[in-house]
Design a protein around this ligand. Structure first.
Ligand code: OGA
Ligand code: FE2
Length: 456
């Protein structure tokens, strides 16, 4: 099963060095911006070539016109013409040297500069695989966001605000339907039953459909009663000395599983540093193919990622400490900070971050137990698409630059929480940057997880 492979991928991704000759451009916008610059350079070089070719033709034209006049006069009265010694000399000179020079000019290849530029740049061009990848990404977007071919080909993409408003609309419709239901007399019970089966039907939708609906901002399963119990607050990390005077903004995104969002939790400067550190190391995220035992790329995970250690930059180290302070979890047993960049069509289909019972060796090499919790920074806004969705429970979390979300993958017993199954929706317009920290079980034995206990 596809998603069974995911964790081992991520684990193996840690241990095996990436070495790819080709860069898979379509998976990340970061690399595609280089291509735009390459193309711009090539246009400049092509224009230079056109100029050189035009000036060559201009020279040839002038010569032809001059000779046209000259031969006209000469042929009218050849003897009279040659009677002039200078004309005789000039004829000798033209035929002996000047026509030869003109021949060289006509033969001269002005395209050298352009062609050599082209040859150099061509090594970095996308290949057939990239082109197919980009085409598949378009199909994926069309499916997920219900776009008709016409809309897509004209570039009339849905307005993201409008898209989200759609989700709100659904929510209001739900509230209004509920209120109506409450006001109705018992004679309407048939109607009511119909409605209930409608709602039930949604529960049995295949995961793929739920995932796509959530990505479009539809099918959110929050009820008003539950929503009333979602709050926002200033949080000091359970009286952590570093946050008592300057607590951080925390919002409940979801109740079960509990997902909280921290606001203004990573600065624009920190984001820039993290991106700059990661950029040269970004490579296509791979998954472990159980049949061949090799790392391969998969359509269900289309992004580029890199790992950053706290030792290489004070910024990364500071970020790690922040996660430790605000989650109350030891980060020394956590994995390194993973930075991921999703280009248009980039996605990560539904998966668990933790290893299931049938995968006991998942994080064996790490020796730090299972992934107890996930911390996910949003390092960019996304113009449209790119939500993080939880199809089991009907939750969508929208990327917002500078914020982070956090949830537990395991119950206190160590059992996996299957309701945390989640996905990164395909990016429709824009470019999505995230970074995440997977915290592990070891080191947490004597800690009281502070962030998520309040709602229980
Ligand atoms: C992941 C993941 C979600 C996202 O990398 O494991 O689930 O929104 N990412 O990028
Ligand atoms: Fe994940």
């Amino acid at each position: 099963m596809a998603f069974n492979k995911i964790w081992c991928t991520v684990a193996l991704g840690l241990l095996l060095p990436f070495s790819y000759a080709h860069t898979d451009f379509f998976t990340s916008i970061g690399h595609m911006t280089d291509l735009i610059n390459t193309e711009k350079d090539l246009v400049v070089s092509l224009k230079d070539y056109i100029k050189a070719e035009e000036s060559k033709l201009e020279q040839i034209k002038k010569w032809a016109e001059k000779l046209d006049q000259l031969t006209d006069t000469a042929t009218k009265d050849p003897e009279g013409f040659l009677g002039h010694p200078v004309n005789a000399f000039k004829l000798m000179k033209r035929l002996n040297t000047e026509w030869g020079e003109l021949e060289s000019l006509v033969l001269k290849d002005m395209s050298d500069g352009f062609i050599s530029n082209m040859t150099i740049q061509r090594q970095f061009f996308p290949n057939d695989e990239d082109q197919t990848g980009a085409a598949k990404a378009l199909l994926r977007l069309q499916d997920t966001y219900n776009l008709d071919t016409d809309t897509l080909s004209r570039g009339n993409l849905p307005d993201p605000e409008h898209q989200r408003a759609n989700g709100n609309m659904k929510y209001f419709e739900y509230i209004m339907a509920k209120e109506k239901e409450a006001n109705k007399s018992s004679t309407d019970s048939e109607d009511q039953m119909e409605k209930e089966t409608e709602v039930k039907k949604k529960d049995y939708l295949p995961e793929r459909r739920k995932y796509e609906m959530l990505c479009r901002g539809e099918g959110l399963k929050m009820t008003p009663r539950r929503q009333k119990r979602l709050f926002c607050r200033y949080y000091d990390g359970n009286r952590n000395p570093r946050y008592i005077l300057g607590p951080v903004k925390q919002e409940d995104e979801w109740d079960k599983p509990r997902i909280v969002r921290f606001l203004d939790i990573i600065s624009d400067e920190e984001i820039e540093t993290v991106k700059e550190l990661a950029k040269p190391r970004l490579s296509r995220a791979t998954v472990h193919d159980p049949e061949t035992g090799k790392l391969t790329t998969a359509h269900y995970r289309v992004s580029k990622s890199a790992w950053l250690s706290g030792y290489e930059s004070p910024v990364v180290s500071r970020i790690n400490t922040r996660i430790q302070d605000l989650t109350g979890l030891d980060v020394s047993t956590a994995e390194e900070l993973q930075v991921a960049n999703y280009g248009v069509g980039g996605q990560y289909e539904p998966h668990f971050d933790f290893a299931r019972k049938d995968e006991p060796d998942a994080f064996k090499e790490l020796g730090t137990g299972n992934r107890i919790a996930t911390w996910l920074f949003y390092m960019s806004d996304v113009s449209a698409g790119g939500a993080t969705v939880f199809p089991e429970v009907g939750a969508s979390v929208w990327p917002k630059k500078g914020t982070a979300v956090f949830w537990y993958n395991l119950f206190p017993s160590g059992e996996g929480d299957y309701s945390t199954r989640h996905a990164a929706c395909p990016v429709l317009v824009g470019n999505k940057w995230v970074s995440n920290k997977w915290l592990h079980e070891r080191g947490q034995e004597f800690r009281r997880p502070c962030t998520l206990s309040e709602l229980e």
